[in-house]
Design a protein around this ligand. Structure first.
Ligand code: ADP
Ligand code: MG
Length: 439
C-alpha cells in the first residue's frame, strides 16, 4: 500500500469469478477464471470459514474424511488462512503459596495445580458441601513457581512480539491479596551483580528486556511511558510533576480527561508522557509513580485494592528495508494491575463507599461484559460503559493481543472468590480476535 502497488486481480464474488488484467504497450493480459467460491480482498476469515469450512466439519462428523489444502505462492496467505493469527490472548493462572500468617495457623489448601496438564482443581469435601472442579488454562503456575518462571515462559515472548510492532496488554486479575501487585511490580529491583532480585515482577523485567533487545539490535528508537491510576472512574496521573500542592485538593489536580479523536481512538488528555532512554530512568519513574500511589492512598484514604493501575510503554523503532525505505515500527505494552475482583461481588454500600464500590463494579463488570460480548460474538461490545474499557478498547479484541494473569490464593478461606476468579478467567480464555464491531 505504501508504495501504491497496482492491483491486477479483481474478484466478483457473486459471480464466483476472478479476473487478471494488465494492459500495457508490451502485453495485454485479460483472463477470467471461475471457481466454486471466490473470496476477495475484503473477505474475512469468518466468511470463508462459515461458507466453506463449516459445512465440511458437519460432514466430517457424519463419518466422512475431508482434506483441505491451501495452495499458492509464498506470501499469499496459506498460513493466514489455515492457522491465522487467531487467538491473540492468553489466560494464565497463578496460585500463590500460603503466606506466613496462613502457614502459622495451618490453613487448609483447597487449590491444586497440575502445571504440565495446565489444570487447576478446587476441592473441598465436607459433610455440608462437595466441591470438585477443574479448569484448564494456557499455562498454570503453582505455589512453588518463581517470578522468573512466569516471566520467561509468558512475558518474554510477549515483549519480543511487542517490539515487532504489536500492542499487548497484560492484566493481573484476582482477589485482593492473591499476588496481582507481586506479579506485576514485585518486590526488590536489581541486585548489585546486575541480576534481578528473585521477587522482582513483570514490569522491571520487561523494561530490562526491552532495552536489552534494542541495544542488541543497535536500533534507533524512542520510548515513552505513562503511568496512571483509575479510581472511582477518575484518572490520576502517577507521573504528573509534584507541584507541592496537596494531592487531595481537587482544584490542584491536573485536568485529565478521556478523549475520543472521532476515529475510535481514545486518548487521555493532559497525561504526562515521559521519554526514557535507559532502564534506570524507568526504575526511577516507577518508584516515583508508586510513591505517588501511596501518597494518594493516604491522603484520599483510599485503598490500592480499589483502583486499577496502568503502566504503558510505547516504543518506536526506526527501520530501513532492503530497498532503503525508512519504516517506523510502533510497539506498545500495557501492564494493568486491576482492582481486587472481590469488589465485583460486594456492593459494600456503607459510609460513602457506595459510589466507589459502584464504580469499581462498573469497571470490572464492564470488562467482564466486554469479554463475554467478544466471546459470544455479540453485535454490541459495551466498551463505552466504563473508563477502564474505553481506555483499553484498542487492547480488547480488535487487532491487539491480551494476556490475563488470574491470581488465586490456595486457602480454604478464599474458596468462593477463587471459584469466581477461575470462572471469570476461564470464560475470558475464549475471546476470539475479530474485526472491531462498529457501534
Ligand atoms: P494483590 O496485589 O493481589 O492484592 P499482593 O501482590 O499485594 O496481592 O500479594 C499479597 C501478599 O502475598 C504479599 O505479601 C506478597 O508478597 C505475597 N505473594 C503474592 N504472590 C506471591 C507468590 N507467588 N509467591 C510468594 N509470595 C506471594
Ligand atoms: Mg495490589
Amino acid at each position: 500500500v505504501r508504495v501504491t502497488t497496482p492491483m491486477v486481480v479483481s474478484c466478483n464474488e457473486p459471480r464466483r469469478e476472478v479476473s487478471v488484467n494488465q494492459i500495457t504497450t508490451h502485453k495485454q493480459i485479460d483472463r477470467t477464471f471461475m471457481f466454486d467460491k471466490v473470496f476477495g480482498p475484503t473477505s474475512q476469515q469468518k466468511d470463508l470459514y462459515d461458507q466453506v469450512v463449516s459445512p465440511i466439519i458437519t460432514e466430517a462428523l457424519e463419518g466422512y474424511t475431508w482434506t483441505i489444502f491451501a495452495y499458492g505462492q509464498t506470501g499469499t496467505g496459506k498460513t493466514y488462512t489455515m492457522e491465522g493469527e487467531g487467538r491473540k490472548e492468553k489466560v494464565i493462572l497463578r496460585c500463590r503459596p500460603l503466606i506466613e500468617d496462613e502457614v502459622r495457623v495451618t490453613t487448609p489448601m483447597v487449590v491444586s495445580c497440575n502445571e504440565p496438564r495446565r489444570e487447576v482443581s478446587v476441592n473441598q469435601i465436607t459433610t455440608h458441601k462437595q466441591i470438585d472442579r477443574t479448569f484448564m488454562f494456557d499455562k498454570v503456575f503453582g505455589p512453588t513457581s518463581q517470578q522468573k518462571d512466569l516471566y520467561d515462559q509468558v512475558v518474554s515472548p510477549i515483549i519480543t512480539e511487542a517490539l515487532e510492532g504489536y500492542t499487548w496488554t497484560i492484566f493481573a486479575y484476582g482477589q485482593t491479596g492473591t499476588g496481582k501487585t507481586y506479579t506485576m511490580e514485585g518486590e526488590g529491583r536489581k541486585e548489585k551483580n546486575g541480576e534481578f532480585h528473585k521477587d522482582a515482577g513483570v514490569i522491571p523485567r520487561a523494561v530490562q528486556q526491552i532495552f536489552d533487545i534494542l541495544v542488541a539490535q543497535n536500533a534507533e528508537y524512542s520510548m515513552k511511558v505513562t503511568f496512571l491510576e483509575l479510581y472511582n472512574e477518575e484518572i490520576t496521573d502517577l507521573l504528573a510533576p509534584d507541584d507541592n500542592s496537596k494531592f487531595c485538593d481537587d482544584k490542584s489536580k491536573k485536568p485529565i480527561a478521556l478523549m475520543d479523536d472521532g476515529k475510535g481512538t481514545v486518548f487521555v488528555r493532559g497525561l504526562e508522557e515521559e521519554i526514557v532512554c535507559t532502564a534506570d530512568e524507568i526504575y526511577k519513574i516507577l518508584e516515583k509513580g508508586s510513591a505517588k500511589k501511596h501518597t494518594a492512598e493516604t491522603l484520599l484514604n483510599k485503598q490500592s485494592n480499589r483502583s486499577h493501575s496502568i503502566f504503558s510503554i510505547t516504543v518506536q523503532i526506526k527501520e530501513c528495508t532492503a530497498e532503503g525505505v525508512e519504516l517506523i515500527k510502533c510497539g506498545k505494552l500495557n501492564l494493568v494491575d486491576l482492582a481486587g475482583s472481590e469488589n465485583i461481588l460486594r456492593s459494600g454500600g456503607r459510609e460513602g463507599r457506595a459510589r466507589e464500590a459502584g464504580e469499581i463494579n462498573k469497571s470490572l463488570l464492564t470488562l467482564g461484559r466486554v469479554i463475554n460480548a467478544l466471546v459470544e460474538h455479540s453485535g454490541h461490545v459495551p466498551y463505552r460503559d466504563s473508563k477502564l474499557t474505553r481506555l483499553l478498547r484498542d487492547s480488547l479484541g480488535g487487532k491487539t493481543k491480551t494476556c490475563i494473569i488470574a491470581t488465586v490464593s490456595p486457602s480454604v478461606h478464599c474458596l468462593e472468590e477463587t471459584l469466581g476468579t477461575l470462572d471469570y478467567a476461564f470464560r475470558a480464555k475464549s475471546i476470539q480476535n475479530r474485526p472491531e464491531v462498529n457501534q
